[in-house]
Design a protein around this ligand. Structure first.
Ligand SMILES: [Fe+2]
Length: 360
């Protein structure tokens, strides 16, 4: 009797596993359709070690269903800290570095699915520059489904791109005392809406925000991270204010209590003056993403809390992604609530709410 019960359970689990992978393939088919994958294209998947083999398989099957030629580049596991619960989240160094044959192969693809995290690396830039579009995918499957991209999200993010591109200056404030100004125009405005059908363009499924960078010496003021704002990669909500003074695009002072000390110690650990630079600035527009997402789910790299509607995503460190020269491995993303954003003194966000109709 016991045996047959166990047997039935094992069979049930096996069926459930088949269903999960079948639904992941279906999800990948829909995603690759949004990415414009069609018959005659080549789709490559990049993975490392044993990580996300189920994702790699699902994308290969999905791309094949759409008539694409597919291949898989799998390199040795170098770092899993981007998606894991432990480790310093360093950016820019990847297991593709120096691997000429793999890089050349990936440049042959029309679309490359990255399951490692190549962002901020020279290898990613080279592959993009060859015209290959890149889709990063490493979040848990249920998040891929729940925050599945839409044409409406793209429309609203691109509306944000248009108004941000036209501005000379971005200023943002919050009730905790933030008041900082970014001189714009030095760097392009970039979008993330969760899929990419444009040659050479990168995106991350799931995500939904628009961003740019201030001139290297053109960011000045104060950022006061307020309780409830989110510290990444710490994967934690701030419980007390952290006050950052920024002069000429560099953090020159960090004040507050124990969380400010933690912030400071983390930056110091890189022993790199470029760690104190200012990285991308923008705001989130995804309505399915929740501020509270991190409270119950600490998996992966937290695109949900970077994307939630009305957050200002303040960040420090590298700006190679935007075409800048800061290549530090120290990158902090800080989604902030309740902020107001002004572009050339015109309000875009007021107290954390989007006030431009085309983005609502
Ligand atoms: Fe970032």
């Amino acid at each position: 009797m016991q045996e047959s019960v166990n047997g039935a359970t094992a069979l049930g689990e096996e069926r459930a596993a088949v269903n999960v992978s079948a639904s992941l393939v279906d999800l990948c088919v829909r995603e690759l359709q949004l990415c414009g994958v069609h018959e005659g294209e080549t789709v490559a998947v990049l993975s490392q070690g044993e990580e996300r083999m189920d994702y790699a398989s699902a994308f290969l099957v999905a791309a094949g269903r759409l008539g694409a030629t597919t291949f898989h580049v799998r390199v040795a596991d170098v770092s899993s800290s981007a998606g894991g619960e432990v480790g310093t989240w360093t950016v820019g160094s990847t297991p593709l570095a120096g691997n000429r044959p793999a890089i050349e192969a990936l440049k042959q693809a029309d679309l490359m699915v990255d399951t490692i995290f190549l962002l901020f690396s020279a290898e990613q830039r080279e592959i993009q520059e060859s015209g290959t579009r890149i889709l990063l995918c490493m979040e848990p499957v249920d998040n891929l489904a729940r925050m599945f991209p839409t044409a409406d999200l793209r429309r609203r993010v691109e509306a944000g791109q248009e108004i941000l591109s036209a501005a000379q200056q971005l200023r943002f404030t919050n009730p905790a005392g933030t008041d900082i100004t970014y001189k714009l125009g030095a760097y392009p405005v970039m979008t993330q809406y969760g899929y990419t059908d444009t040659p050479g363009r990168w995106d991350h499924w799931p995500s939904g925000f628009v961003f740019t960078g201030g001139a290297d010496d053109g960011v000045d003021g104060k950022v006061v991270i307020a309780p409830g704002d989110i510290l990444l990669p710490f994967k934690d909500y701030a419980r007390e204010p952290i006050e950052l003074t920024v002069e000429h695009g560099r953090i020159v002072d960090i004040r507050g209590g124990v969380e400010a000390a933690l912030f400071n110690d983390y930056m110091e650990s890189f022993d790199d003056p470029d760690a104190y630079g200012i990285s991308h600035i923008g705001w989130g527009l995804m309505k399915e993403a929740r501020w509270s997402g991190l409270a119950t789910d600490r998996r992966s790299i937290q695109m949900e809390v970077r994307s939630f509607y009305g957050n200002v995503l303040f960040s420090t460190g590298p700006n190679g992604e935007l075409g800048g020269s800061n290549e530090t491995a120290c990158h902090l993303d800080v989604p902030m609530r309740g902020c107001s954003v002004y572009l050339d003194d015109e309000p875009v966000l007021v107290d954390g709410d989007v006030v431009v109709e085309a983005m609502r």
